[in-house]
Write a protein that binds this ligand. Sequence first.
Ligand code: HEM
Ligand code: HEM
Length: 217
Amino acid sequence: MSKLVIKYVWEIPVRVTHWLNVVVILTLTATGLFIAHPLSLGDSPSDFAMGWVRFIHFVAAYVFAIGLAVRAYWSLVGNKYSSWRTFFPYLNPDDRQRMWATLRYYTFIDRRLPHVVGHNAVAAAAYFLVFLLYLGMIFTGFALYSEHAPGGFYAQTFGWLTHLFSNQTLRLLHHGFMWLILGFVIQHVYSCWLMDIKERGGIISSMFSGYKSIEEE
Ligand code: HEM
Ligand code: HEM
């Protein structure tokens, strides 16, 4: 006999940073594509049309960077499901076993899904790579941003990247990382949808409410 238990899993900072990230990543992608392929929107340069697009990109960029800092802090003080440890499932024997079981499920070798309360182990390992991509966007983005004010705060903090890489290489990296993030998003939404159906734990609504239903033996 299995019984259904309702558990509080995702605390407020995890949920707020997740949905804020979704909004700002979509904004950064739309404005970023515009920066990469500029169109003449206004009637004259004084309309400042591209200026507004860049301004929105930079405001969203600040929100994105602050969101990542908040999530990183929460991975030190939050509950065990949000801890930094969850993103390294291969370091712990139980999680490593869950990770193999999930991979066997994904590759159609096994029909059974391992029992999880927090992040699915394979997803958690992927999220660490996504956080690295976020850092890549922030570092290349602020390095590009620093070029408008040589000697300023951003040039002192991120300027070393402009010595290591040419401006065009930084743009290419910034642009390429965006496509990797978007590639992740496509599979992420698919996997969350799949798990919502298969686990029947309300995983998608859990990212809004914080609560998951878990079947316990
Ligand atoms: C997921 C996050 C982000 C995405 C998807 C994104 C996307 C893009 C894209 C596609 C471009 C055009 C690159 C090209 O020239 O081909 C761009 C330019 C740029 N981005 Fe981002 N970006 C993100 C985060 C950031 C962050 C955190 C900053 C930090 C300030 C930033 C600052 C810049 C700057 C300074 C430029 C160049 C603007 C210009 O040349 O006028 N971006 N971004
Ligand atoms: C720009 C789009 C998105 C990005 C970059 C993204 C990224 C992420 C990341 C990094 C996490 C880990 C959260 C943490 O521990 O802080 C996560 C979890 C999650 N996301 Fe998204 N997400 C996006 C869109 C969505 C959408 C549209 C949905 C709903 C269909 C969704 C549903 C979820 C769920 C249910 C979890 C928890 C899943 C689990 O336990 O592994 N996400 N997402």
